[in-house]
Ligand binder design. Structure first.
Ligand code: PLP
Length: 365
């Protein structure tokens, strides 16, 4: 049987909750299920204000609007990431500056961040690649030293920790993705976490198309009107209901993915042939994605050999710095190396033991 690279997660009560949302006759945003999800995240992870959004891309855009970027303002982002991490700031008037990955891990390198800071730097958006924490002590130090806003693109990092503290709780803002390829999903969906209380009020207004509708609904103001810019960033209750079906099983989902991840790690280690991801004390990952690295001129042969055995693998990202749109040079050499060397193995919630054993069997051959 063919082993797909990814399969969307269904864990139990999703359909029942969608039906319930319909019965409650509130299927637009910010209703019963949105609040259940948000309360869960705030209580479990100590997040500040949480707003469910239509995607992580939109949550990143909201952070860009909140930054109120002026011409010339620079935002440092990793070269090795999904396009949205950079595009959100470009779209809202910022100048994106790319920092390189670490030598031994695709995550952003604190030393490279330092080398990219200028008098125009306003913010840094870091990405916890594979749900594995960036070097938070150093990064927080840099932000403090230079008075920079920190955004965590935690799209892949739900239920991951750094020294016991949840990823997504460090930045002024953090963004999560509930796209179907992530650990828990609502089909398309995301969340903006606002940890810096200075931005609480404005974040809610931008979320509600530039109006004070959320305050009106709470009874805080007598009428609602246009008070700022904004867009329609709210997640529908239909999607939030689906998401709640997954949020309430998050522990089971993370445990299953870590079981597969740990199996891969130990078995690939025994093979001795590939390079494995960094695994540091205090960085508690969520099994979002498993990658190894292999010499770039052997990678495509390995991919096609595995495909011949009905195993789908994948690779990403192409360094944004040298992408056709940004075309900003090739200074991020580690990002370019990871672009060429990373191979991702299949990992998904419904994966059976015989499936991931087969992946290792074929890999060893
Ligand atoms: C998936 C992902 C995104 C985009 O998430 P959407 O919800 O699809 O918009 C952004 N950044 C990173 C690092 C991602 O992995």
């Amino acid at each position: 049987m063919k082993i797909p690279f990814n399969k969307s997660t269904v864990v139990g009560n999703e359909l029942e909750y969608i039906k319930d949302a319909i019965d409650r006759s509130h299927i637009s945003g910010n209703g019963y299920y949105s609040k259940k999800c948000v309360n869960f995240f705030q209580e479990k992870y100590g997040f500040g204000k949480c707003l469910l959004t239509t995607s992580c891309t939109d949550a990143l855009e909201m952070s860009a609007v909140l930054l109120d970027l002026k011409p010339g303002d620079e935002v440092i982002v990793p070269a090795f990431t999904f396009v949205s991490t950079a595009n959100a700031y470009t779209l809202h008037g910022g100048k994106v500056v790319f920092a390189d990955s670490k030598d031994n891990n695709p995550n952003i390198c604190p030393k490279s961040i330092r080398s990219k800071i200028t008098k125009n730097t306003r913010a840094i958006c870091i990405v916890h690649y594979a749900g594995y924490a960036c070097d938070m002590d150093e990064i927080l130090e840099i932000c403090k030293e230079h008075n920079l806003v920190l955004i965590e693109d935690a799209a892949q990092a739900i239920d991951s920790f750094y020294k016991g503290r949840a990823l997504g709780s460090f930045g002024d803002f953090a963004t999560f993705s509930f796209h179907e390829t992530k650990n828990i999903s609502s089909g398309e969906g995301g969340m903006l976490v606002v940890n810096n209380s200075e931005f609480y009020d404005r974040s809610e207004i931008i979320w509600e198309k530039g109006t004070n509708r959320a305050a009106f609904k709470r009874g805080d103001v007598q009428k609602y009107e246009c008070v700022d810019v904004g867009a329609s960033y709210l997640l529908s209750e239909l999607n939030a209901a689906y998401l709640w079906g997954q949020v309430e099983k998050l522990e089971v989902v993370t445990a299953k993915r870590k079981e597969i991840w740990d199996y891969y790690y130990n078995e690939v280690f025994k093979l001795g042939y590939f390079n494995l991801p960094e695994k540091e004390e205090g960085k508690d990952y969520n099994g979002h994605l498993f990658f190894l690295t292999i010499d770039s001129n052997k990678r495509s042969e390995l991919i096609s050999n595995l495909a011949d055995q009905d195993i789908s693998t994948s690779f990403h990202y192409l360094s944004l710095e040298s992408s056709p749109y940004y075309n900003a040079g090739k200074s991020c050499t580690n990002a370019i190396r990871f672009e060429k060397e990373i191979l991702r193995l299949p990992i998904y919630y419904s994966m059976r033991i015989e499936d991931y054993k087969k992946v290792i069997d074929c890999l060893s051959k």
